[in-house]
Design a protein around this ligand. Structure first.
Ligand code: CTP
Length: 396
């Protein structure tokens, strides 16, 4: 998912020695053009040539910056920012140069071990009041002789920048997502499950939150990290029954429900509190009796009009993609169904890419190319946005 924008990164203080190179590498992968300016204290620790090499863009001291460097920026972030620089950022000269009100201006403060937490909090509040988006220092970073410093993580800064330069076309929408596999326990040691990692669900959650939606993700045990992004609230469950309960309690308060969890279709009829021992088999065969789990997508589809969110299902097929997908779309009363052929290389479980065909209630079929799950997620959200009837716009 390449983001096209011009970002001005102002690096400050000794913590930039670690934070800035990592952030530049992450930004380079995400796509925006970055110009880096160093305050005098950052310039003591970082040669501009290194920063240019990492970002592929310009890097210079703040004294060398031109009007054009500021004018070209779609978004400015001061990261890391010492408390002294935060105080400077309230002064007219900085406000004018960074362009408060004209474009998003972000700051990632650094709290040093010896700093007074109350004074720092006051500083952050005053800067927020000036219209700067202050990224709460949430991560302790061990910093050699300086001890543990506290600042917003690189991934948090990256996501905040990307959210700031992405149009918020989903703002005001409440999106319910299911993601990951479910696990159906047989005894304390064994279970029935599937190969889903949760990657597609995470991509949808991240892209939707970046575009301004409020995301509620009900997820099973995930093998990939859940994006730590403001705008995503998570409810963690284990079994299909628990996922069903959590989803049904929330579905009617949402505008859109995208159910992409790989819910186990069957669960052991009986849970054995003790580990099942060998010896119970007949002719070397052991039977585990399974029973159907509730179909969550079908249950949401059966909600009355007015209760039912705009409903998007997924289908994992290994044969007859179109016929099976259309059957699921109708049976589960979905507005859209995103089908993927799990037998195709590069699509389906535990890979970074997918090829999805979207079938719509009105008969339209949209074939998306093989691409990253983030790009697929973005394309699906764009189709939802276009097709969302006004009655579903903004229950949150
Ligand atoms: N689904 C669900 N609850 C279930 C099973 C599936 O909500 N107990 C949802 C999935 O999240 C997905 C859609 O139904 O959005 C289709 O899932 P899929 O596994 O492709 O199909 P099934 O309906 O389980 O049918 P089959 O396994 O026979 O293909």
């Amino acid at each position: 998912m390449s983001v096209y924008a011009n970002v001005l990164l102002v690096a400050d203080g000794p913590v930039s020695l670690r934070h800035t190179p990592e952030l530049l590498v992450a930004l380079r992968q995400a796509g925006p053009n970055v110009t880096t300016l160093m305050t005098p204290s950052a310039a003591l620790f970082l040669p501009p040539l290194s920063l240019s090499l990492l970002s592929g863009g310009k890097a210079k001291t703040i004294a060398e910056a031109t009007e054009a460097d500021y004018a070209a920026a779609d978004c400015v972030i001061v990261a890391p920012a010492s408390l002294r620089t935060l105080a400077d950022m309230r002064q007219p000269e900085w406000r004018e140069r960074l362009g408060y009100g004209k474009r998003p201006v972000l700051a990632a403060p650094v709290l040093l071990p010896a700093e007074d937490a109350q004074a720092a909090e006051k500083e952050l509040q005053e800067l927020t009041a000036c219209g700067v988006q202050v990224l709460t220092p949430e991560q302790d970073m061990s910093f050699g002789a300086m001890g543990a410093v506290r600042t917003a993580s690189v991934s948090r800064c990256l996501e905040a920048i990307l959210a700031a330069v992405t149009p918020h076309d989903l703002a005001g929408l409440k999106i319910l997502l299911t993601a990951g596999p479910t696990i159906e326990d047989a005894d304390p040691a064994r279970y029935v499950s599937n190969r889903s990692t949760g990657r597609m669900g995470c991509a949808l959650a991240q892209m939707a939150a970046r575009r301004g939606a409020n995301v509620l993700m009900v997820h099973g045990p995930m093998s990939v990290p859940i994006p730590e992004v403001p705008g995503i609230e998570c409810v963690s469950v284990r079994s299909a029954l628990a996922m069903h309960k959590e989803v049904m309690a929330r579905a009617n308060a949402c505008d859109v429900a995208i159910l992409c969890a790989a819910v186990a279709d069957y669960r052991p009829v009986q849970y054995s509190h003790e580990k099942i021992k060998k010896g119970g088999e007949v002719d070397g065969r052991f039977s585990l009796i399974l029973q159907r789990t509730p179909d969550i997508l079908e249950a949401v589809g059966a909600l009355a009009d007015g209760e039912r969110p705009f409903l998007v299902g997924f289908a994992a097929e290994s044969e007859e993609l179109e016929r099976n997908a259309l059957e699921k779309l109708a049976k589960k009363n979905c507005d859209m169904l995103c089908a993927n052929d799990i037998s195709e290389p590069g699509a389906g479980f535990a890979v970074a890419t997918n090829r999805v065909t979207v079938f719509c209630r009105d008969g339209e079929r949209i074939d998306l190319p093989l691409q990253s799950k983030e790009d697929i997620a973005a394309a699906i959200l764009t189709i939802i946005r276009k097709r969302l009837p006004p009655k579903h716009n903004g229950k949150s």
